[in-house]
Design a binder for this molecule. Structure first.
Ligand code: HEC
Length: 465
């Protein structure tokens, strides 16, 4: 469901998005047409009178119906948009009012409840989520590897799918997961640097720390072991191995500053460890299905975790206090990715939906469920394979996604679809973005890696057989 049809799609056309919306000029006529039989001075159902500006500010039986600048938490908006749990759907007994009128109410609240053109906003206007690249977590000298003692592995007869891929946020360094190994590449020369052994099994997760100094690998062997390994990026040395899991690890991350490691997998429990001692600090048992994705916020203060049933929870990372539950997905959440400034979190899943969350409000500012539906060549039988497998916010604030349609999609920072690659011949599995934000780097089912700059695909130099 597209919860927030973009304003451009209706009465307010794009160029006029910033047009001033006031109660007297725009909102009053809508409410008069739709709501007065039940919410006037003479007929105040639920104690609410929308006939006058002051009547709305007074609110109804359950208190305030509008919060300036916050449409998605204002009952007046939720009631007419038919959103939110436990909010009555208005008008009672009637159809949902036209989208354009809902958008007028939404925009009026977003602009701070102006009564007339001479009014001042009543409070904060809706926050702007424009993105400005920031220096958060930027190291003075980005860690970069020149050479590793272990040579990159030669391609095997039976290729191993790319189960995880990660690029340093600050250096031209790429890590690609293979069977019991992680191959590192220099993204400028596109040549291999060497390999890190991961004898614990298959790495299902690769992550660079926010400052790019540590590489995390997590995975294991099905129904046997699960481990997280940390490597010093400057030297390639393994510094610590964490976890005694008896099954694979499917999701893991290291917090900014490197103090905490979180991991999760089929046992539905998220465990958080101290990297100083290797000991578990706390665990989170709220998920009802396999843990499929997790990521610390860029400042390390929060932890987002997701599961195979579509559940997402946001935690305060120091001690694991719950902040909010983000309900939107109907199927496995395959990716969670924070925008580098920490204001927005994107989630993507097997239901084909990309949701972009305003973290402060715990509400999606954009959702799209259609982008990854594969282009049909002839009749389509059954449900199209529209699942999203991997998603990443890049350093320039855009989002890249890859799905079962074998297409890479690019999105604006606010989750608006921008462009798509051609359909790849091979199945794609995971993606990441380069530090400069110019490249999407995609791993595939055959163990191959493609660099895509938005126009053309560049090869990575794979060692010869
Ligand atoms: C046919 C009568 C009717 C119409 C028309 C109607 N409402 Fe209501 N409204 C009600 C009733 C009855 C309730 C109480 C419902 C409940 O609590 O479940 C209510 C409750 C509400 C509330 C919750 C108030 C509170 O504080 O609990 C809001 C907000 C609201 N209406 C807005 C609107 C708007 C906006 C419109 C016009 C688009 C509208 N209503 C049209 C009958 C109506």
């Amino acid at each position: 469901m597209n919860r927030f049809l973009h304003l451009c799609s209706s009465l307010l056309i794009c160029g006029q998005l910033s047009a001033q919306i006031t109660y007297d000029t725009h909102v009053k006529p809508v409410l008069a047409r739709r709501c007065l039989p039940c919410h006037s001075a003479g007929e105040m159902r639920s104690g609410l009178n929308v006939e006058s500006f002051n009547g709305i500010l007074k609110g109804g039986g359950s208190g305030d119906v509008v919060k300036p600048g916050r449409p998605t938490t204002s009952i007046l908006y939720l009631a007419v948009a038919h959103e939110g749990n436990g909010i009555p759907r208005m008008p009672v007994g009637g159809a949902r009012i036209p989208e354009a009128e809902i958008n007028i109410i939404k925009e009026w609240i977003a602009q701070g409840l102006l009564e007339n053109p001479a009014s001042q906003p009543k409070g904060p206007v809706a926050p702007s989520f424009d993105y400005k690249p920031a220096a958060m977590n930027k190291p003075t000298t980005p860690a970069m590897l020149a050479k590793l003692p272990v040579a990159p592995p030669k391609p095997k007869a039976r290729a191993h799918p790319v189960t995880a891929i990660a690029a340093s946020p600050w250096a031209p360094l790429l890590a690609v997961a293979g069977h019991e190994t992680i191959t590192l590449y220099n993204l400028e020369s596109r040549q291999p640097i060497g390999a890190l052994p991961f004898p614990e099994g298959i790495p299902y997760v690769l992550r660079f720390s926010r400052d790019g100094a540590i590489l995390l690998a997590a995975g294991g062997k099905g129904a046997q072991t699960g481990k997280v390994a940390l490597y010093d990026v400057a030297t390639g040395q393994r510094t610590i191995t964490i976890g005694q899991e008896v099954d694979i690890i499917l999701a893991a991350d290291i917090s900014a500053g490197g103090k905490l490691v979180a991991l999760g997998g089929p046992n539905k429990i998220v465990k958080v460890f101290s990297t100083a001692t290797g000991q578990q600090i706390y665990q989170l048992t709220k998920h009802t299905d396999w843990i499929t994705a997790l990521e610390f916020s860029p400042d390390g203060s929060k932890l987002a975790t997701a599961d195979r049933a579509g559940g997402i929870h946001l935690w305060e990372s120091a001690a694991g206090g719950i902040i909010v539950t983000l309900a939107e997905h109907k199927d496995s959440v395959n990716a969670l990715t924070w925008r580098p400034d920490g204001k927005l979190l994107a989630s993507a899943g097997e239901d084909g939906e990309l949701a972009v969350w305003d973290v402060a409000e715990g509400f999606p500012i954009a959702t799209d469920t259609k982008a990854h539906i594969p282009p049909a060549k002839g009749p389509v039988y059954g449900t199209p394979q529209s699942g999203i497998l991997s998603a990443a916010y890049s350093n320039d604030g855009r989002i890249a996604t890859v799905g079962r349609d074998r297409i890479v999609h690019l999105w604006s920072t606010l989750g608006k679809h921008q462009s798509a690659s051609k359909q790849f011949p091979q199945m794609l599995t995971r993606l990441t973005t380069s530090a400069d934000g110019n490249l999407v780097i995609i791993g595939d089912y055959n163990g191959g890696v493609t660099l895509w700059d938005g126009k053309q695909a560049l090869p990575l130099h794979v060692p010869q057989k």
